[in-house]
Write a protein that binds this ligand. Structure first.
Ligand code: IPE
Ligand code: IPE
Ligand code: MG
Length: 234
């Protein structure tokens, strides 16, 4: 597979959108769409691992999504607990669980303690896997990440502006080890970025598809990856 701008594996990021529309088209409650979306994610993890993708980062729940109806939020929370508990599948794919979002102990953070525990356990249980890194963005918003990175960088600079730059800001992102995104995917026909990885997608190719997330599969991943095979990005 070619296309990563450096000598490293590819980083694919997905804005998993359209669960509600998938359900509505089938006359089902929105919650069923989210449940189907979790299964689609399991399929994509398997496909990404088989294609030797290095990083898969998915938007699970945004800082803006808390305004949704309480029953829907509750369902999404319980799905994330289940998602982070799928250790056997992660092991089978030699995949490691990771997370980005507002750090639990900082003002404004909203990740409930049960989800915090599930995230901590998933990361510990899969820490020995050295293949695909699957990062779930939960209680994540790129502006919050960038404001925090900028203020930490400024505080550490001691007023020396020469110390404030892309390298120091990048080192203060939620996960400084996350490489730049090579390929960004958004499903369900929306062409917005919705506050996802604004720093990390600087040079990314973007694949928009009409498919809703629960219908996203290995063939659609291949269509997206084909964007990278067309030649190196500038
Ligand atoms: C994406 O699907 C899942 C989350 C944002 C949590 P949506 O729930 O946004 O589905 P649509 O956009 O209403 O179809
Ligand atoms: C983006 O989807 C967030 C996630 C996929 C978790 P939304 O459905 O929340 O985005 P907007 O509101 O349509 O931009
Ligand atoms: Mg949506």
């Amino acid at each position: 597979m070619t296309g990563a701008p450096e000598d490293r594996k590819i980083h694919v990021a997905c804005i998993m959108d359209g669960n509600g529309r998938w359900a509505r088209r089938r006359g089902l409650p929105r919650t069923e769409g989210h449940t189907a979306g979790e299964e689609a994610l399991a399929t994509v993890v398997r496909a990404a691992a088989a294609r030797d993708v290095g990083w898969l980062t998915v938007f699970g729940f945004s800082t803006e999504n808390w305004v949704r109806p309480r029953s829907e939020v509750r369902h999404i929370l319980s799905l994330h607990r289940k998602l982070f508990a799928r250790t056997a599948e992660m092991d089978a794919n030699n995949a490691r669980s990771s997370w980005i979002g507002r750090p639990f102990d900082e003002p404004g953070a909203r990740t409930p303690v049960e989800v915090q525990r599930a995230i901590g356990k998933a990361m510990a249980d899969t820490a020995g896997n050295d293949g695909l890194v699957v990062t779930v963005a939960f209680d994540y918003g790129s502006r919050a990440e960038l404001v925090r990175a900028a203020s930490r960088t400024i505080a550490a600079s001691g007023g020396d502006c020469a110390l404030i730059g892309a390298a120091s800001i990048g080192a203060n992102l939620y996960d400084p080890d996350l490489p730049p995104v090579d390929l960004l995917v958004r499903t369900s026909g929306e062409t917005r970025i919705s506050n996802f990885l604004l720093w990390q997608i600087k040079g990314a190719k973007v694949h928009f598809t009409e498919r809703t997330w629960p219908d996203f599969d290995a063939a659609e991943l291949d269509r997206a990856l084909a964007l990278l095979a067309r030649g190196p990005s500038a």
